[in-house]
Design a protein. Structure first.
Length: 270
């Protein structure tokens, strides 16, 4: 699984053979330039999810429920989650949860909406002194396992564990039947997810420790833009190869017409 936020990139991911794509609220940071994920609203999330679906019609597509799209009421959560399925063609929605949301997960499941439950570090809760790694202590790890089992029993179709210790992630994966996707949670999960901008080297220095860069597209983009600017400023682009031309006979008629226009536009002689 990778995050994805646009049609063209989604098409490339599908061509590469990706299984799952997540339209994450991380777009608020990597696409819109905000400091955190809280600025992602429903409308932009659904719009970009629909674009990703058009680019990757064969991938399993998950839409990320943004902050306050599911916390207010069950009815509003069902309505907003349904938009991802109906308007964007998503296969599931992702919610940042713990055991306190079991009833909501059950309600969404009854409504026919598959839920991927996001446990561990939850970026939407980062302002509430949430530790990046929550399961270093045994008590925290046990609570995570209990939450995972409870949420799957409530109806979650999959789990995403972010910044969970390897031991805790392994324990969860061994104890639930639902697939477990890891994000900085060790090698024992059923699958892995990373932010695509991190994978492609487009996040600059602001990249989590657990992520890995597989290409340096930042430098490739800088070089391409620099070369373009140099050629335009030096009047080497566009050249004849990258321009449209008339047939010789049309060019001759055009030149004669211009000559006639020029003569008519000349001021009369005294």
């Amino acid at each position: 699984m990778l995050t994805c936020y646009d049609y063209a990139t989604a098409a490339l991911c599908q061509q590469a053979g990706v299984d799952c794509l997540l339209v994450g609220d991380s777009l608020a940071q990597v696409v819109l330039g905000h400091a955190n994920t809280l600025s992602a609203g429903m409308d932009i999330m659904v719009t970009l999810a629909a674009a990703v679906r058009r680019g990757a019609p064969e991938a399993y597509l998950v839409g990320d429920m943004p902050f306050l799209s599911y916390q207010v009421s069950t009815a509003e959560a069902i309505r907003n989650a349904g938009r991802f399925l109906v308007e964007a063609g998503c296969d599931a929605v992702k919610l940042e949860l713990d055991h306190r949301y079991d009833d909501l997960v059950a309600a969404l499941a009854r409504a026919g909406i598959p839920v991927m439950a996001h446990l561990g570090y939850r970026p939407q809760m980062a302002g509430q002194s949430c530790r990046v790694v929550e399961t270093r202590a045994a008590e925290q790890a046990c609570q995570l396992v209990k939450d995972a089992i409870s949420i799957v029993e409530a109806g979650a179709c999959a789990l995403l564990l972010e910044c969970v210790t390897t031991a805790a992630a392994r324990a969860v994966t061994q104890r639930v039947e639902a697939p477990v996707i890891g994000c900085g949670s060790g090698p024992d999960c059923d699958g892995q997810v990373l932010v695509l901008h991190d994978v492609l080297g487009l996040s600059g220095a602001a990249q989590p420790r657990f992520s890995k860069t597989y290409a340096r597209l930042d430098e490739a983009i800088r070089q391409a833009v620099s070369a373009y600017l140099e050629e335009v400023r030096g009047r080497r682009f566009p050249d004849g190869e990258h321009s449209y031309h008339m047939k010789p006979e049309d060019q001759e008629r055009f030149d004669r017409s211009l000559a006639g226009l020029d003569r008519k536009s000349q001021p009369p002689k005294d």
